[in-house]
Design a protein around this ligand. Structure first.
Ligand code: BEZ
Length: 258
């Protein structure tokens, strides 16, 4: 996948074992999707396939795509009865028009939002729905700022340019959708503080899994120093009783193709 900032070399096993909250929180989003038996649904950015399987359990005909080959390999191992493919979120095509496109915790990796929206639009039937959740304006702001400052503190300039994420304002994203032929029927931005697994190591593990773009090209010693600096800076605000909590803010959207 070329236009997505997410690294393609995800460690799918680590993702599945230590970051299960990604799809556990996504189960709420399934209620907004409200899949019906026989509906054709695409899980866009399906990761290791847990939510794809939940959608399949409703009787919908679901398939999953993801840009990361390691994720698709794991999804196929997990759910061999389902259909998974490696594909580009900003340029994918479907064989038959869909009733719904579902996407959890993926679109904040896609800076080319217009291209992703165009692909989603062409994939849907008229009246088909797009149901998504992703990071919105202010998502993981404390962590991102602490990372930038810690990178710059070791004399690496312009650390913000390493930021891999797109966290739009709600008005920005709904406007993009409307311009490309969607009616936005539900949109909300909500704070969802998210406890991280692994106790004291939780923030370091999260950074290594999801924020590695800030650390690219740096020595192991520099990476360790940056992570320590971030932990020291954020401990008073994000660490309590043995658990780190990430400052997540999510956009949830339902839009229908006009
Ligand atoms: C999120 O789910 O909001 C998220 C995950 C990883 C990095 C940044 C944001």
């Amino acid at each position: 996948m070329t236009n997505i900032c997410q690294p393609n070399n995800w460690n799918a096993t680590l993702y599945q074992d230590k970051h299960a909250f990604v799809w556990q929180y996504g189960e709420d989003l399934l209620q907004l999707l409200n899949p019906q038996p026989g509906e054709l649904i695409l899980d866009l950015g399906c990761g290791t396939g847990q939510l794809t399987e939940k959608i399949a359990q409703t009787g919908a005909e679901v398939s999953g795509i993801d840009s990361a080959p390691a994720m698709i390999e794991k999804a196929r191992q997990n759910y061999p009865h389902l259909n998974f493919d490696v594909a580009d979120v900003t340029y994918f095509q479907v064989k038959q028009p869909l009733d719904a496109v579902f996407s959890n915790a993926v679109l904040h990796w896609v800076k080319s939002a217009e291209k992703a929206i165009a692909s989603i639009h062409q994939a849907l039937k008229p009246g088909g729905r797009f149901v998504a959740e992703f990071g919105g304006r202010g998502n993981v702001q404390m962590i991102a700022q602490a990372l930038s400052s810690a990178v710059e503190a070791i004399a690496i300039p312009n650390a913000q340019t390493r930021n891999p994420w797109y966290f739009p304002r709600i008005a920005e994203y709904t406007t993009l959708l409307e311009h490309q032929g969607f009616d936005v029927i539900y949109a909300v931005l909500l704070a969802r503080p998210t406890p991280l697994a692994d106790g004291e190591a939780g923030l370091a593990n999260w950074i290594r899994m999801f924020a590695s773009a800030f650390l690219v090209g740096l020595s192991v010693e520099q990476q360790t120093q940056i992570i320590r600096n971030v932990e020291d800076h954020l401990k008073p605000r994000l660490y309590q009783e043995g658990t780190w909590t990430a400052d997540y803010r999510r956009i949830r959207i339902i839009a229908t193709k006009v």
